[in-house]
Write a protein that binds this ligand. Structure first.
Ligand code: NAD
Length: 351
């Protein structure tokens, strides 16, 4: 048996991540990843949990998102800068690390910009599995930027949603989204207003980017029985829904101490009742009570979802080795002889 070289850290570049996703298949990747996320949410108590550590600035935020299940440790570095898109850059970009708790050694370093879009979409679809009305087949997507096609694809793969109603303040974003989803089995309508987009939709996904208290949905736009998947409001001072919608909704969140600061519910009193997604998954709390209820998944993105994504990628690399070997860890012949290793390199360089 070959002993893995623990000093070599697999590194998944953006190019290798794309190859990995395409070799696995986007639908299967999303479905498998959703299963990893559910598995980890079902063992919620095992995890170290902390709200992410955010560094806010005028134009955006940089965040660190750590967690551990006692065996593995993971963290993600992620930013959110709505203005970036206008400058030809991503609003959200990320990378992450998975490490072995026993030795503290990193086991994986990977791009997580694509992986974040996949894990956000998979988490939204998992939540909707428990919260969306029975027989839902139509979803409005308001905000047709980088995350939107991933959301659509996950909802189709996990829930069979195949009718989309798209709206974006920038019509070219909706046309891009529709073009990217062409031939994937969707019936797509591009709408002129958010009001038009939500008409007849059983699920409403809001995934816009703006660093302000935005009003993507007003109370009159939300009829009984819909499920709202609110993805874009994920920072203090950055929300998408009118407060009155929240007051009518059964609200499900990832991790309350983080969501109360970052999510739609920052608009509510600190003790407003919310349900945690892991409780719904494990049957400890109800999902949807009846067909007339408005359910809201107030998504902000939590570290355990990234941990699941890192774990999933680590497992896939065993059979699909799409990575480079990264010389990240010092490995002197004698562990205490770090300086000697440097001296031997100096000799090699002058030779
Ligand atoms: P993006 O910049 O690529 O796309 C955002 C889109 O929203 C743009 O096309 C823009 O024109 C549109 N938009 C802005 N204001 C609008 C309005 N009032 N009405 C309709 N459309 C509007 O950003 P992205 O990468 O798709 O991310 C979208 C949002 O999702 C960001 O706010 C990001 O922080 C958030 N996000 C959340 C999670 C999570 O886990 N909850 C994960 C990733 C991203």
């Amino acid at each position: 048996m070959t002993i893995p070289n623990l000093n070599i850290v697999p590194f998944v570049s953006v190019e290798n991540m794309m190859k990995l996703v395409l070799e696995i298949g986007v639908d299967r990747f999303l479905t498998d990843l959703a299963a990893y996320i559910e598995e980890d949410f079902r063992r919620w108590d095992l995890f170290d949990k902390t709200p992410r550590v955010a560094s806010h600035s005028h134009d955006g935020v940089i965040e660190l998102m750590p967690t551990s299940d006692g065996q593995l440790y993971g963290f993600k570095y992620v930013n959110g800068h709505p203005k970036n898109m206008r400058e030809g850059r991503q609003t959200v970009t990320a990378f992450g690390v998975l490490a072995d708790v026993g030795s503290g050694y990193p086991m994986l370093l990977t791009e997580m910009t694509i992986l974040t879009a996949l894990r956000t979409a998979a988490t939204s679809a998992v939540a909707a599995k428990y919260l969306a009305p029975k027989g839902a087949d139509t979803m409005a997507i308001v905000g047709n930027g980088a995350q939107s096609e991933f959301q659509a694809t996950a909802f189709k793969a996990l829930l069979g949603i195949d009718r989309l109603r798209l709206y974006d303040i920038d019509g070219s974003a909706s046309r891009k989204c529709a073009a990217n989803l062409k031939g994937q089995g969707f019936d797509i309508t591009i709408c002129k207003t958010a009001q038009e987009a939500v008409e007849g939709a059983h699920i409403i996904t809001t995934v816009t980017a703006d660093k302000q208290y935005a009003m993507i949905l007003t109370d009159n736009m939300v009829g009984t029985g819909v499920h709202i998947n609110a993805v874009g409001g994920d920072c203090p001072g950055k929300t998408e829904l009118h407060r009155d919608i929240l007051l009518r909704s059964h609200i499900v969140v990832e991790y309350p101490p983080q969501t109360r600061v970052e999510g739609e519910i920052q608009q509510l009193a600190a003790d407003h009742p919310v349900t945690e997604l892991w409780q719904v998954m494990t049957g400890k709390a109800p999902g949807r009570d009846d067909q007339r209820q408005i359910t809201l998944f107030d998504s902000v993105g939590f570290a355990i979802e990234d941990f699941s994504a890192l774990r999933y990628v680590r497992d896939q690399l065993r059979t699909i080795p799409r990575y480079d070997e990264l010389d990240l860890l010092a490995d002197p012949d004698e562990p205490r002889d770090l300086f000697g290793m440097l001296l031997r390199q100096a000799t090699k360089q002058t030779a």
